[in-house]
Ligand binder design. Sequence first.
Ligand SMILES: Nc1ncnc2c1ncn2[C@@H]1O[C@H](COP(=O)(O)OP(=O)(O)OP(=O)(O)O)[C@@H](O)[C@H]1O
Length: 742
Amino acid sequence: MESVTLPEHPSAKEEYLHLQQARDTIDREIREVEALTGAKAGEEMDVHANIVPDDQEEVYLQLFKAKLDRLRQLTMAAGQAYFARLDFTPAGSSPETWYLGRWGVLDPAALTPVVVDWRSPVANLYYSGQIGKMDYEAPDGHVEGELTLKRMLTVRERELISLFDSGIVSQETYLQEVLGSISTDRLREIVTTIQAEQNIVIRHPLAAHLLVQGAAGSGKTTIALHRIAYLLYTYQKTLKPENMMILAPNPLFLSYISQVLPDLGVERVVQTTFEGWCREGMGRRMPKLQRESRLEKNLTLSEAEREKAGRILRLKGSLAMMKKLESYLDQLQTAILPDKGFKMAGVPLMEHEELETVFLRDLRYFPLEQRISELKKIIRKRVQSAVTLLKDRYNTSAEQMVLKIKANMRESTLRQQKIKDLYTIRDQRYKEIDARAEEYLGKYRDKFPLPDLTGLYKNFLEECYPGEELLPEDGTLRQEDLPMLVMICKALYGLKTKQMKHIVIDECQDFSPFQIELLKQANPAATFTLVGDLYQGIRADEGIRSWEEWKEPVFENKADLKQLTVSYRNTVEIMNLAQTVSARYPIPGICETKPVLRHGEKPKIIQADSDKERLSRIREQVQAWRQEGYHSIALIEKTAEQAKKLYKQIGQELDAHLLSETDSEYRGGVMILPASIVKGMEFDCVGICDASAENFPEDEFLCRILYVMMTRPLHRLAIWHKGDPSPMLPSSHCFPSESKDI
Ligand SMILES: Nc1ncnc2c1ncn2[C@@H]1O[C@H](COP(=O)(O)OP(=O)(O)OP(=O)(O)O)[C@@H](O)[C@H]1O
């Protein structure tokens, strides 16, 4: 790659000086925050253990935490203050120089920025601009001008290592160098190399829903996480990390992406799976689910069985079922209302009309349990008023009779006795009415019995879908039943989930319209960023086959659809091979994927005549990859059973980890995994352990899985097959003998 050695660059001296200044400013701020908080840069501090109890008021705590966050950012900024410089001359003004870093730094004396944050408006010029006439949106209006310099600066461990000026070395070359050198353990932040089409997605306004279709490796996950950081920075007055949620396909994936947000200086964003969100919402009411990987199950079913299972899954994820359940729940609220009003001892407490108004209209936004409890409070008050009224009546009539006695009888022991008797009778009646009220309220407590959640769900299926066998014979519940169960729980008891303002869903193609609509209804103030790839729809039965399934029915045409068309993960050779597979089942309207021009070794398709030979070839390949210096190596099998078997055969020898759907810790190294969990992840090298015709016959669903597996590696791909290769692999590349490069 063409580069200019630093000392020879005409601006070298100026850049060394500026970096020195920036470091001094950062160091000074670090010392100030350390003095203020008592914390030390680079060391974690337990907030609660370090502030005096008197000061533990919420505001103080928040300020203290914000200072600690800032200290963490400054510590990272001290090592790498910035990564780019822009010289821009706004029309009619003098030239300006901006340095872009991960975090903004201000000169405290001059109050001018020494470094501007990569998320600031002016940074747009770096991500989307070319030298020449440019413009950007500043907080106080549109700015036009001329970009005269775009310089990429590599600063490592406080020192300036290199600089590239746009025009001398193109941004693509710089990107290729970055991509070629990466070895992956976990996903990383990419603020220095965000590309123009990605920048548009990151900076899309918060107020609009955003759907992103992106090829495998186009940076969807990475960009979605950068978008969270961008939104938190741009809308910091109204948006808090606690009100943002990212939903990922499984806990392992969450562990895999766990480092990106902290590296971007973002903490406390809710990160969970759809099931995790349901668990939080339903709490102890969440029914026990039968554990089973749907993908795994699908892989073991015959075509007819899969067709039937698919039909049920599609129905359970459809808006049609949601609507049916809505009206079923509507009827339930009317059905549990008594058909008459309430009276106690002849005193009307609530007419039926009022009961309907209160229960079905005034309280309609509350869950049934709360509505019932509110209604009971009203009735209790009315009973108390009725008791008071009746007691007043008894008292008045007793007082009138006493007056009569006093008027008609002279003072005597007999008169005294009569009056006393009258009061005794009155008090007796008081007691009777109290007892009656208690009895009444007791009976009332048992009115409006709430049906049991699971029972209600089963009744709904039986009544609304008679004879359709939507649950297995043993009545067990599975993940696909969760949306309905959550909806019933919301209607009966309410959900315990926190209200979100923005929800990001990764691998969203596997979410059903019902799931998205449910999340929308449970978070009415939230906007959504949904990123996915229809070509990787490995749960197509529940998920979507076209973005149109959400655009109008769920988002009422108020969602923007963007496409990411460049793939950054795979080498050209790997991507070309993967695309021959995905092209077998094309999806209309989706742009073709272009790999970033990074070449590498050709993928290998390797035939083995026996299982023994296959295993020995896998062993050899893993050793060879290790010798090349690759660290993360995934051996992918179609099913969990096959992965387990492979692990037993060669796992220990290769010092590999076996990973399954229930694992929540991503550990790197050599991994043996089933296809169901590799979605979204990437590895230096990938081995697809059995792509034989028997294991992968021609089939759209298997084709999507094969594509997902083939697009996981950054650098190396090997595919083994025992006997004939899958007909979905390009025949021109498969040879019936020895290991072949394609
Ligand atoms: N602009 C970029 N600069 C450098 N690396 C990038 C860029 N965009 C993406 N990458 C890298 O490309 C790889 C793929 O990114 P990511 O996993 O986010 O893609 P994806 O679209 O979610 O993939 P998939 O759908 O296959 O899961 C990652 O290693 C990421 O760091």
